[in-house]
Design a protein around this ligand. Structure first.
Ligand code: FMN
Length: 351
């Protein structure tokens, strides 16, 4: 399958399916493609030539600045295929200790005129053990990074949430290049309260301690620990979070998750409950990146995410202080060639 036949035939057909069925078909196609040499060659052809644009962040060597955001490959089914499409890092999950079904369907909605999606998935996933079995099968030496997004079971009360995050960390530790603490999804009731001082310090202290313990027990280095925040925080709340991240020794911050805001949308689906992603979150996310970069004097590494759909949108976040960026909604509207395309354009426009 050539790049152009894919773009002409299959990609438009997917857009006519309901969003979650299209997603399920895409994962099935990627799983098939990554499993055989012809499919792998087709994925590479879709990506095109992807120039090396390495970014070093502490111990992490990102081969290029474009990653896939959490939520696309929740169960780590198609990591190898996504890497062939040009993504330099892939954040799998969000994973919970045990399997859970998430919210009833429909739970993903397209807002094409707004370049946006609304989702209220609620962390459907097959549980961390199943995902880890797939990560274990990946080559140890790889030319891309895998992040694992840690979450909590829907029914676990906030007072006991730390136990869930620690359990997912324990299971995934050996197989992740970095770990992302997701305390910012709007679709698990109460989850965002974990961003507040009362819970945050305790949660992060436990995770940092466990990270150190797992590292010394196995002779490995501790895994870089990133915290993913919501774009709906007030700056004063964000500043408190930054103090806690610096105090507990967190390695970086991912800015940002989906928003509950609904400004300036034209599509009917705007009234759906859930988190909004894509073009409408681009500016707010970039503003928060710039704020964090300024306030920490560039000492806290940032992964920028929200509305990246072009090299210009990626460049805007890198210029604001992000070390690398991620995208999700841009892949839905821009198609599977988007990672390679953006990396090529960034490389061409570099000095
Ligand atoms: C359908 C869908 C599911 C998502 N699931 C997760 C998730 O499980 N964990 C997470 O941290 N973020 C999740 N996200 C948020 C994305 O990772 C990202 O932060 C957000 O969509 C903004 O980026 P974008 O505008 O490029 O989509 C999800 C987003 C979408 C659209």
């Amino acid at each position: 399958m050539t790049n152009s036949s894919y773009e002409r035939l299959f990609f438009p057909a997917l857009k006519r399916l309901d969003p979650e069925s299209a997603h399920d078909h895409t994962l099935t196609a990627l799983a098939l493609a990554q499993s055989n040499p012809v499919g792998r060659a087709a994925l590479k052809a879709i990506a095109g030539a992807v120039p090396a644009r390495p970014v070093q962040v502490g111990a992490l060597h990102f081969p290029n600045p474009i990653g896939l955001a959490a939520g696309f490959d929740k169960d780590a089914r198609v990591v190898a295929g996504l890497a062939l499409l040009g993504f330099g890092h892939i954040e799998v999950g969000t994973l919970t200790p045990r399997p859970q079904p998430g919210n009833p369907r429909p739970r993903v909605f397209r807002l094409p005129a707004d370049g946006a999606l609304i989702n209220r998935m609620g962390f459907p996933n097959g549980g961390v053990e199943a995902a880890v079995a797939r990560l274990r099968a990946l080559p140890i030496e790889r030319d891309y990074l895998v992040g694992v997004s840690l979450g909590k079971q829907k029914e676990t009360p906030l007072e006991e949430a730390a136990g869930d995050y620690v359990a997912v960390m324990r299971a995934a530790h050996a197989y992740a290049d970095y770990l992302a603490v997701n305390i910012s999804s709007p679709n698990t009731p109460g989850l965002r309260q974990l961003q507040g001082g009362r819970y945050l310090y305790e949660l992060l202290r436990m995770l940092v301690t466990e990270n150190g313990r797992l590292a010394s027990a196995t002779g490995r280095a501790p895994k870089p620990l990133w915290v993913k925040i919501a774009p709906d925080l007030e700056l004063s709340e964000l500043d408190e979070i930054l103090d806690t991240l610096l105090m507990t020794g967190i390695d970086g911050i991912i800015i940002a998750n989906t928003t509950l805001r609904r400004d300036d949308l034209t599509e009917k689906a705007k009234s759906e409950t859930g988190g909004l992603s894509g073009r409408p979150v681009r500016q707010r996310s970039t503003e928060l990146i710039a704020h964090v970069h300024r306030r920490t004097n560039g000492t806290l590494p940032i992964i920028g995410v929200g509305g990246v759909d072009s090299a210009a949108a990626a460049r805007e976040k890198l210029d604001a202080g992000a070390a690398v960026v991620q995208l999700y909604t841009g892949l839905i509207y821009g198609g599977p060639g988007i990672a390679g395309r953006i990396v090529r354009e960034l490389a061409a426009n570099a000095s």
